[in-house]
Design a protein around this ligand. Structure first.
Ligand SMILES: Cc1cc2nc3c(=O)[nH]c(=O)nc-3n(C[C@H](O)[C@H](O)[C@H](O)COP(=O)(O)OP(=O)(O)OC[C@H]3O[C@@H](n4cnc5c(N)ncnc54)[C@H](O)[C@@H]3O)c2cc1C
Length: 306
């Protein structure tokens, strides 16, 4: 029998789909695994998605259902799940993870699967409006704007998916785009067929209007420099993501704040791996997130076996 050297041989930081799959797989390989998640919302970016697209599975599947399924399997495989935020990774001679309470954890290997967060608009009082008209989840909050006008900011897959959800219940959805839509053609065609969706091009939000809640937005046209206002009760910004890597040593990060790895998902620090949306070179969809999670778990287990 293998002696129990460490209660956490492999630590996984982040319980998005990458981290969940990494944890589940590492445990199935017989490793002692601890999974750290800073929020109670397992699944990360997909947790709020109404219907996951791109997964070759029968029927419709919400992001939350998928995440809870993998979490259950991970727990059954023996993964220890801690609701805790890792604030520092110190790869020194003894690998040390520090949590938000100052607790030190010493796994033998770590997989950074901390993903990314939706980017903020960067306008004044933005966070004050969160929950008062500003939302980053159409599935969760779309119902509050039934029969009202809403604005969606952005033109990628996420923005268009959210606009499609909002168009079911809102009176009018205004899409505010800096540039032409970058979303998949299939999504764009669905959006173009809807009569209650309109577009404002070449524009960005400069101000959120309202006192206690969102009443509208002020826009600036990037080409002409002119400003205009749009009245809306709801505002849904989806303008991309930024990596959750503030706790990772700067030496492991590339210019965009993403963790650099080789093709084996290994960083330049021994026994420190990265996968998913926190990693430079990640493909951007959940199938890749899940595959990278499994790949990083295997790489970490191989490193421990050496
Ligand atoms: C609106 C939207 C819709 C999308 N729809 C689809 C889709 O339909 N199909 C598809 O294939 N892809 C979709 N994507 C892309 C997909 O969601 C992501 O690429 C994928 O989920 C990334 O997974 P991840 O686990 O790497 O990162 P994340 O999902 O970001 O998960 C990271 C997790 O780590 C946690 N964490 C962060 N920092 C710490 C820390 N310091 N300590 C502990 N925990 C931490 C976070 O709380 C989070 O739970 C969508 C993305 C968006 C934004």
């Amino acid at each position: 029998m293998r002696p129990l050297k460490n209660l956490s041989e492999i630590a996984i930081i982040g319980a998005g789909l990458t981290g969940l799959c990494a944890a589940r797989h590492a445990a199935r390989l017989g490793r002692l695994v601890t999974l750290f998640e800073s929020t109670g919302l397992y699944g990360g970016l997909v947790a709020t998605i109404d219907e996951v697209d791109g997964l070759a599975a029968p029927g419709k599947l919400s992001g939350q259902a998928l995440a809870i399924h993998v979490l259950d399997e991970a727990r059954k495989a023996g993964v220890r799940v801690l609701e805790s935020t890792i604030v520092k990774v110190d790869p020194g001679p003894k690998l040390t993870l520090t949590d938000q309470h100052g607790g030190a954890h010493h796994p033998e290997a770590v997989v950074i699967a901390s993903g990314a967060s939706l980017r903020k608009l960067g306008v004044p009082r933005e966070e004050e409006f969160l929950g008062r008209g500003l939302s980053r989840c159409a599935t969760c909050d779309g119902g509050f704007f039934r029969g009202q006008d809403v604005a969606v900011v952005g033109g990628g897959d996420g923005a268009v998916q959210e606009a499609l959800i909002l168009a079911r219940t809102s009176r009018r959805v205004v899409m505010v785009c800096r540039s032409p839509l970058k979303a998949k053609r299939e999504y764009v065609e669905k959006l173009a067929a809807l009569e209650n969706v309109s577009f404002i091009w070449d524009s960005e939000v400069t101000e959120i209007l309202g006192e206690d809640g969102v009443r509208g937005i002020r826009l600036r046209n990037r080409k002409s420099g002119t400003s205009s206002t749009v009245e809306c009760a709801g505002l849904f910004p989806f303008i991309g993501v930024t990596a959750n890597t503030g706790f990772v040593p700067a030496s492991l990060l590339g210019a965009s704040g993403l963790v650099k790895t080789d093709s084996d998902l290994a960083t330049t620090c021994p026994r420190v791996f990265a996968a998913g949306a926190a990693r430079a070179g990640y493909g951007g969809n959940i199938v890749q997130a899940m595959a990278e999670g499994i790949g990083a778990a295997e790489a970490a287990a191989r490193a421990l076996a050496r």
